[in-house]
Design a protein around this ligand. Structure first.
Ligand SMILES: Nc1ncnc2c1ncn2[C@@H]1O[C@H](COP(=O)(O)OP(=O)(O)OP(=O)(O)O)[C@@H](O)[C@H]1O
Ligand SMILES: [Mg+2]
Length: 433
């Protein structure tokens, strides 16, 4: 066994999701907490046992889920691109909040902070119960609908309205517009707002005065999953604010979220968190990382070099384009934008298309090549971009890259989509504005 690493044979892997992502974070940072949950009854014993094992001082069932197994499938676990959440039998889902159980859990434990994850239960009823406490209330609205009158039973504004740039609420209701989101939320539904921007960091708006905003970088590293990292971030932020400045609490949350994404073994996560907590708040505030606001990303033109012709299986290329768009980058596809030119095409058309491609390359801040096969055009573009000082990344889904020039010249050659996306973020954040 490697010293300092848990024995994976004996250790139980992360099994339960939902509210357990936040719970594991609180356990790892040593914050006592009460877990109030809704679940189907077949999970009750496991939940009680697992929560007690992971530091819950009180575990209270506040509603039963019936009609569905309460299982979420995740297609893309690293969030390199669209996560593809699929809640099984979602139309059959039914859950009633047990107000008495929730009220007594809140009153008995006298919690300083309440963190709510809405979705699939009556938020009005739940907030009505929270109203009787004087706790700070955090609401992660990622899976909320835009019926904000549901917040009124709280009788006061939320302390922190939390949202992620991947949330349908951010994208559809606020059209991905950060200023509109802030203007609507801060001073209206909540006294402050937190926007989580995945590998691009996060922003905290403590008041409606936009100049008081705090930006915090993401600690981008290779990860094994990204499920629940945002919930982990919320819980750490809420707790650490009692100990350190808001900025330092956000920095701790960012680093601990990155640790959460780096393992699926809770004990390894907890060990890593002990290391993070030994960093002073002054030191953590100066840690560098990736800061790339959502609205700045479309201006990074990414030249997509690949033989994405209509007679080629372009699925890996299409997937990468989807991933980049998901993170609000601008992948530019010369073949699709300028047309596919056959060898019998008119010479003037061939020349015009070639010039359009070269113009696009000059305007681009980065080149991402996809090695679908050894296509000479792609290889020439890689060389050209490198010579012009444009960073080159190569996605090699079929492990074809063996040639010395091809493996050594680019910034990165990999068959791992998460690595590609992480490096795009890093390079774009470093690029001159
Ligand atoms: N791949 C990553 N590497 C490093 N840090 C990350 C990564 N993904 C997320 N984080 C950190 O976690 C924070 C929250 O992640 P994200 O913005 O995806 O929130 P979320 O969408 O609520 O989470 P989730 O996707 O788990 O629902 C980010 O602001 C960042 O600090
Ligand atoms: Mg996310």
């Amino acid at each position: 066994m490697v010293p300092g690493q848990a024995d994976h044979e004996a250790e139980v892997k992360m099994r339960l999701g939902g509210v357990f992502h936040a719970a594991r974070a609180l356990w790892a940072i040593g914050c006592p907490y009460t877990l109030a949950y809704l679940a189907p009854s077949y999970l009750d014993d496991q939940i009680q046992h697992y929560a007690k094992h992971h530091g819950a001082t009180c575990v209270s069932k506040v509603g039963s889920i019936v009609g569905c197994p309460n299982v979420m499938l995740v297609r893309e676990a690293t969030e390199a691109g669209p996560q593809g959440y699929e809640y099984l039998l979602r139309d059959e889902h039914n859950a009633d909040v047990d107000i008495e159980a929730l009220t007594s859990a809140l009153q008995e434990q006298n919690c300083s902070d309440v963190l709510v994850f809405p979705g699939g239960f009556d938020l009005r009823a739940a907030l009505g119960a929270v109203a009787s406490t004087s706790a700070r209330v955090y609401l992660d609205a990622n899976f909320s609908d835009p019926a904000f009158d549901q917040l009124s039973p709280l009788g006061r504004p939320l302390d922190v309205f939390i949202l992620s740039t991947s949330s349908p609420l951010f994208l559809d209701h606020w059209g991905g517009d950060v200023s509109t989101f802030c203007r609507d939320v801060v001073g209206n539904y909540a006294t402050s707002a937190l926007l989580k921007e995945n590998r691009g960091g996060s922003r905290f708006f403590p008041s409606s005065d936009a100049s008081k905003l705090t930006r915090v970088p993401a600690q981008v590293q290779q990860i094994v999953h990204s499920v629940g990292v945002g919930d982990c971030y919320d819980a750490v932020f809420a707790h650490m604010r009692h100990k350190v400045s808001d900025r330092a609490a956000l920095c701790f949350a960012s680093l601990i979220a990155a640790e959460y994404a780096s393992t699926t073994f809770p004990d390894d996560f907890k060990t890593a968190v002990q290391g993070v907590l030994s960093i002073s708040s002054e030191e953590i505030e100066t840690m560098r990382g990736v800061q790339l606001p959502w609205e700045d990303r479309p201006s990074y033109q990414i030249y997509m070099a690949a033989p994405d012709f209509d007679f080629v299986d372009t699925r890996p290329f299409d997937q990468l384009v989807r991933c980049l768009k998901y993170h609000n980058f601008s992948p530019r596809c010369p073949v699709r934008e300028h047309g596919q030119i056959g060898k019998d095409a008119d010479p003037s058309e061939r020349q015009a298309t070639h010039l359009a491609d070269m113009r696009l390359l000059r305007q681009s801040q980065m080149l991402v090549a996809v090695m679908l096969y050894d296509d000479p055009g792609t290889l020439i573009e890689i060389g050209l971009a490198h010579e012009r000082g444009i960073p080159v990344i190569v996605y090699d889904p079929y492990h074809r890259a063996e040639n010395l020039m091809l493996t050594e010249l680019p910034e990165l050659v990999t068959s791992d989509l998460d690595e590609i996306i992480a490096r795009v973020f890093t390079l774009a954040a470093e690029a001159p504005a």
